[in-house]
Design a binder for this molecule. Structure first.
Ligand code: PHE
Length: 350
């Protein structure tokens, strides 16, 4: 290699070594390899050389040009790598494989109590059924022995759709469908109908601490030969003592519902005031929790079951009310408030 090219190579390499950023690297590239660059300039000097000299010098310059180009490419890669490393090192020390430390949501107190009740009834052999919130007038009223213009409808004014369907005002609206679903097994194979069906209900209510336009009930029915009120009382007491983990005081009063005969109101001792009287129990010390009764013959008949042969009981547990008792919620409106601050405090971590 001629002294000139060797010197140029030396200079280039030492300058390259000191380059600190992309901009000066590019400037260096232009200085040596650009159209008017130093290496390109060497080729222009060739015109004064002999043919033989041109050949060796030309080769030398080309080798230098390639070496310089490769050195620049390598330098670019090194600089990019260094930049990435710098970025990685400046990142906070985190373990991206660790589980996210997010605030976990919690179940609504109604869901918790509903599941608990479902478990209790499941263990006693009941099916758990789901049913729609929009139902027909037939399902909600007619099939339950409440004809059009019956005064019992006044207590269950609800929200009507333009097509005549309505938001169910009680879970009893599913009774007819349940009887029809299980009647064949009852009649042909002697399998008793035992089902509970929790659900959201709607009523046109003036709201206060104890009334909401949207609330939850859990209906239960049992139909077989020789079912009596004693069966009803047994299942109610078992369920309530399981939910409250103690023997709860109950009382049975006569109550009127067109779809049961006889009909009752099952009250429990108000657990918020201990029976002394408070706004939640309308100062009576008792809380209506579970209207119930023996299924009316007309209702069984509408479900395809012969009331001469079979009897049954039905109850409509006020799930929302049960939650209020269980957790000491004084105002029913808190449960629909959507306030996480309020709702998350009732949560058992289940
Ligand atoms: N469906 C009735 C109501 O919401 C309650 C009820 C259910 C009464 C079953 C008797 C038997 O008012």
């Amino acid at each position: 290699m001629s002294e000139k090219t060797a010197q140029m190579k030396q200079e280039f390499l030492s300058k390259l070594e000191n380059v600190a950023d992309m901009a000066s690297l590019d400037a260096l590239r232009v200085e040596y390899l650009g159209k008017n660059g130093l290496i390109t300039g060497l080729l222009k000097e060739m015109k004064n050389l002999s043919v033989e000299e041109k050949k060796t010098f030309g080769q030398e310059v080309n080798i230098l040009k390639n070496e310089a180009t490769d050195a620049i490419t390598t330098k670019i890669e090194e600089m990019k790598k260094a930049e990435i490393e710098k970025e990685i090192n400046s990142m906070p020390d985190i373990d991206i494989t660790a589980p996210a430390n997010l605030d976990r949501g919690s179940y609504h107190p109604i869901t918790l109590v509903q599941r608990e009740c479902e478990e209790i009834f499941r263990s006693m052999g009941f099916h758990i059924e789901d049913y729609s919130e929009i139902v027909t007038d037939y399902e909600c009223f007619e099939a339950l022995n409440i004809p059009k213009h019956h005064p019992a409808r006044d207590m269950q004014d609800t929200y009507y759709l333009e097509n005549g369907q309505l938001l169910k005002s009680h879970t009893s609206a599913a009774q007819n469908a349940i009887y029809k679903k299980y009647k064949d097994a009852l009649i042909n194979d002697g399998v008793p109908i035992k089902a509970i069906f929790p659900g959201r209900c709607f009523r046109n209510e003036a709201t206060d601490a104890n009334h909401e336009n949207t609330f939850f009930q859990m209906e239960g029915v049992m139909v077989d030969k020789n079912i009596s009120i004693s069966n009803l009382i047994f299942f109610m007491k078992t369920m309530l003592s399981e939910v409250f983990k103690k023997d709860v005081k109950v009382r049975l009063r006569p109550g009127f519902f067109p779809f049961v005969e006889p009909g009752f109101e099952l009250d429990i001792n108000c657990l918020i005031c201990g029976g002394e009287g408070c706004p939640s129990c309308k100062h009576s010390g008792w809380l209506e929790l579970c209207p119930c009764g023996m299924i009316h013959p007309e209702v069984l008949r509408a479900g395809g079951i012969d009331p001469e042969e079979y009897t049954g009981f039905a109850f409509g547990l006020g799930l929302t009310r049960l939650v209020m008792m269980r957790y000491g919620v004084k105002d029913i409106r808190d449960l629909n408030s959507g306030s996480l601050k309020t709702l998350s405090q009732f949560t058992d971590d289940k």
